[in-house]
Write a protein that binds this ligand. Structure first.
Ligand SMILES: Nc1ncnc2c1ncn2[C@@H]1O[C@H](COP(=O)(O)OP(=O)(O)OP(=O)(O)O)[C@@H](O)[C@H]1O
Ligand SMILES: [Mg+2]
Length: 220
């Protein structure tokens, strides 16, 4: 089953941290016990978590965000997977050692990219690493705007290479960044919005991709 989800992509700024946080909040809203692991020295999600604590207080500010670096990442992530339903790992760009370890630990590697040729080319390295580690992967298009031709061209490219690409595309929406700035996610700030629906549909695909042991909430 999908317990450890590592969000990885060597290209910077494609939405790794955004999707990791949105997934964490949405999984939690679906009743799952979630922990986020921030292995990125930029600490984006550590900062997001500080906003969350400031608003909700320490006890209520779940999902917790753990900062883990170096050689401890693999063991710590495995240990966390024993006491949480979902461990969501946000990794840094430029896939260095730690990101490689996070890929190795994953039940599923989620690879965000924007629908552009540059992102498709940049994705190759992450796909190779994931393949080399023998981990299942699911790519997902993020920040989709109206340009349907680019989306279609990207989908065809992935199909031609046999790389799994989620049918759910994540649109470019202000709601994603605004909710993160509040230390939250769209499942909390706008639970009936198109954005929240998008993340839930992605969760269904993630669960389906990971050997079918989905929890009841994801199928709703
Ligand atoms: N679907 C989206 N809609 C609108 N804005 C988005 C979306 N996804 C990401 N962004 C914005 O794009 C920028 C980069 O996103 P993010 O920091 O999540 O990328 P990243 O891959 O984690 O970057 P890095 O490689 O530096 O860690 C942020 O300003 C974020 O708010
Ligand atoms: Mg990031």
């Amino acid at each position: 089953m999908v317990c450890i989800i590592t969000v990885a992509q060597q290209k910077g700024g494609v939405g790794k941290s955004t999707l990791a946080a949105q997934l964490a909040i949405s999984y939690q809203a679906l009743g799952q016990k979630v922990v986020v692991v921030d292995i990125d020295p930029q600490g984006s999600l550590t900062y997001w978590y500080q906003q969350r604590i400031a608003r909700l207080g320490n006890a209520e500010a779940t999902p917790e965000v753990r900062t883990i670096t170096g050689w401890r990442v693999h063991n710590e992530v495995l240990r966390l997977s024993e006491s949480y339903d979902r461990v969501i790992v946000d990794s840094p760009p430029h896939t260095q050692t730690e990101a490689k370890i996070a890929i190795r630990s994953a039940d599923l590697v989620l690879i965000p990219l924007q629908p552009s040729p540059l992102d498709v080319w940049a994705t190759q390295r992450t796909v190779e690493l994931t393949t080399a580690e023998g981990r299942p992967m699911l790519a997902v298009l993020n920040r989709i705007t109206g340009r349907a031709k680019l989306v279609e061209a990207t989908r065809q490219e992935f199909a031609a290479h046999g790389i799994p690409l989620a049918e759910t595309g994540i649109a470019n929406r202000v709601a994603y960044s605004v909710s993160l700035a509040k230390g939250s996610g769209v499942a909390e700030t706008s639970p009936t919005s198109a954005a929240a629906d998008e993340i839930n549909r992605l969760i269904v695909e993630i669960e389906q991709h990971g050997a079918g042991q989905a929890f009841a909430g994801a199928a709703a």
